[in-house]
Design a protein around this ligand. Structure first.
Ligand code: ACO
Length: 342
């Protein structure tokens, strides 16, 4: 049975930088000091209107393929993690396949394209699908993408400030490839607790109703603000996040017989710098081993961990032979962890 390794990384963030002061200038009753002190976020990126999540994913996917020395037709499966797909259906995976030129011409490859809907844990949930496909021999190379266009779906008014100030747009991608070398991807280990499904959610419609979005007398659909925007009980999310991230990381260490001290770099989901600092302090992890980018990008949900990986490779911190741990927690609640020999 082959092992699964990460053979290429890529990322793309849209060029428009939106600082905390830019949000104040839009009329949101907040301050740079409040956001930095509570979350660590200084800026985030917003895509322009007309750009979709698969558009952000395309340069990230091309970047990862190039670094793996592969062409689109070498991909046996696309796994696309996002909570902000272009449409209710189909998912963004098929849109990316088409944009990569895999549906016709020299790179044609009508491989499977799967969307994963696990929010901030989406990349690691997707990594389990990708690594298992490789280990089972049903795929040699899997293109795994996490991408989000949050800026279109956050309430940029004072009413929505608790959620909207946290999120940004971006995309990250990795290639998960078969290898005969030992090690590679260990896990991921996944968890979920559906009792908390409504503590962090964006309902938009109610499929139990007829029709699923209320219509007015003219037959026009209306979504009220409570359902249109994401709702979050931030304090409860914070409490569960630190607990589950600590447990998920320890689970990965126990399962692989690895001590946290043996791990070279930690890649945590970036929801709040304070959450990650708390987790690191609980587990006694030194600051220089914990990688952050929330200051520049905010929370990019499924894109967060692959962007972190790609940036760490490019700045020389993440090199072949290093042992890394990844941990995520988010809506669901869902959480996941993995250890990878790079
Ligand atoms: N600017 C100024 N004031 C604000 C802002 C803001 N951006 N946001 C909230 N406030 C106010 C609130 O209205 C409240 O005012 P009040 O006391 O007059 O009612 C006050 O600040 C305190 O609000 P809290 O929500 O209690 O603030 P808290 O210290 O908990 O920080 C935060 C909020 C940053 C959201 C924090 O709870 C958090 O990070 N939670 C976890 C978020 C997370 O991990 N999300 C998961 C990932 S997302 C995903 O999976 C999709």
């Amino acid at each position: 049975m082959p092992n699964a390794r990460i053979s290429g990384t890529g990322f793309y963030v849209p060029p428009r930088v939106v600082t905390n002061d830019d949000l104040v200038a839009r009329g949101i009753d907040t301050t740079n000091a409040w956001i930095v002190q509570r979350t660590g976020i200084e800026a985030r990126r917003y895509a322009e209107e007309g750009i979709g999540t698969s558009d952000l994913a395309l340069p990230a996917a091309r970047d990862a393929l190039a670094r793996a020395g592969l062409r689109p037709r070498d991909v046996d499966l696309i796994v696309f993690a996002t909570l902000s797909p272009e449409m209710a259906f189909p998912g963004s995976g098929v849109l990316l396949q088409q944009k990569l030129g895999m549906c016709e011409g020299d790179d044609v490859k009508l491989c499977g394209a799967l969307d994963v809907r696990n929010q901030c844990s989406g990349f690691l949930y997707g990594l389990q699908v990708a690594a298992d496909a490789v280990r089972a021999g049903s795929a040699k190379h899997v293109l795994l993408v996490g991408a989000e266009t949050h800026s279109a779906a956050i309430d940029l008014s004072t009413r929505g400030r608790t959620v909207s100030t946290l999120f940004g747009d971006g995309a990250g991608a990795v290639i998960v490839s078969a290898t005969d070398e030992p090690g590679g991807v260990r896990g991921p280990w996944l968890g979920a607790d559906g009792r908390h499904a409504e503590l962090l959610c964006q309902k938009v419609w109610d499929i139990r109703k007829r029709p699923f979005i209320p219509l007015d007398a003219d037959g026009v659909g209306h979504v009220d603000a409570e359902h249109m925007w994401a709702q979050m009980d931030g304090r409860v999310v914070f409490k569960h996040a630190v607990e589950k991230m600590c447990l998920a990381l320890m689970q990965a260490c126990w399962a692989t017989n690895v001590e946290p001290a043996d791990i070279d770099l930690f890649f945590f989901h970036q929801a709040n710098l304070r959450i990650n600092q708390y987790v690191a302090s609980q587990l006694g992890l030194p600051d220089d081993k914990v990688v952050h980018n929330i200051q520049r990008y905010g929370n990019t949900t499924a894109a967060t961990i692959p962007i972190l990986l790609a940036e760490a490779e490019r700045d020389g911190r993440l090199t072949r032979g290093k042992k890394i741990a990844m941990v995520a927690f988010g809506s669901g609640f869902t959480w996941a962890s993995a250890i990878v020999d790079w």
